[in-house]
Every structure is written in C-alpha cells, then in structure tokens.
Design a protein. Sequence first.
Length: 247
Amino acid sequence: MYTVKAMAKLAGVTPRTLHYYDEIGLLKPSLIGDNGYRYYGDEAVLRLQQILLFRRMDVPLETIQTLMARPDFDTQTALAEHRKILLQRIGQLNVLVQTMDETMAFLKGERTMSDSQLFNGLSEELQVDYEKEAMQKYDPEIVRASNRKWKMLSEEKKQQIADEGNQVYVDLAAAMPAGAGSAQAQAGVEHWRQHLTYFWNPELEQLLGLADMYNDDPRFKANIEKVAPGLAEFMREAIKKYMNKLK
C-alpha cells in the first residue's frame, strides 16, 4: 500500500493531483485508515497509470472519466490502444525527420529529391490519419465506425473530402486579419465543424480538445501551419469564441 505522498512520488505527480482525482471520483484510494490517511493498492496504481497515459495523449479528464467508467473498459485493451497510437506517432515522426534530413542534404547539394519526396509525411492522406488519431483519443468505436465509412467511399469522394478540408483551412487563414471573433472566422469554424462530420460528430468540448491538439502536437501544428503561420492558435481562439456563443 502507498500513502498519498508515496504514490505521488512513485507516479511523478503532486499529492494535490491525487486529492483532486479523489474529489472528482476518478481515482479513489483503496482504503482510508483509522487515522484518515488514504492508501493506494495495486489496482489503484494501475488505474493511475491509465489516467496518466490518457493525459499524455491530451485526453480531457472528463473524457477519461467517461471512458474508464464504461462497463466494457478493459486495461489490457486500453494499453494495446495506447501502444498502437504511440507506434503510429513514432512512425509518422520518423518519416518527418527523414524528410527534413533529406531536404537539408538537398539544399546543400548533397543529394537529389523529386518534388513528391519533399512532401513525404505531409500528405492529405496523412491528415486524414491524424483526424482518426484525434478520434481515437475519445472512443475507439468512433474510429472503427469512421474507418468502415471511409472505406466505402469512392476515390473521387475521398479526394473531394480532402480538397474540401484544404479549403476549410484556407478560408480560416483568410479570416485571420479580421480576428477570431469575426463573422468570417466564425463561419470558418462552423464549416470546419461540418467537415468533421465526414469522420465523426464531435461534441463542443471535443472541438476545443482538437484545437488544443492542433497546437500542442507538432505534427498537427506543422501540417496546419503550412497554410499560414499562426493558424493553429488562431483556430483555437476562434473555436473558443464559437463555443462561448453556443453555450
């Protein structure tokens, strides 16, 4: 059994974090002693690991609570999903690092590169994968349903969706001088939200979670800011104003 202090030190969190998780019902102590001290056993240790893994994936606490409260939640399945996402990230980042290394060598005249090679790891198909990864953070079933839907689309329709997605970001970039709260920017956010329905139907709070991911994940941010520098942060501010207007 671990005390709050020992558990916090073990996991690299603050005791206040554990108290807060207890308050909101996310992580209850295994027992409370006669002295009022909280103690955590093996099951609580594994549950805290799951919580922290979700947090490292930028999943909001409210969503973590919902996921872990589901009767079909299984630790081994969750770990397998975490591992899958991390391996995807590693693979995608390795491609981007290789592209950067090759481009630097190309600029020095040390190697040749075709135009298509310059965009390895930056394709619109990869952007679709990113959107699916974003959905994965909320509910794996959403991803499975989206994958089934995507596979049924014709290549022409897939290209149409990709082109429409490009236009969404171009329109939002064009709205930047007008400000995040402008009618132009808000219309852009509404268009973005509607575009997401090709893949899933995010709730309002999940829209902000996506906006945070677009800023905090360097892959998302680099891809979006190919359109315009500062677009990721502009989108986050525009989405916040959009949500406040609807609440």
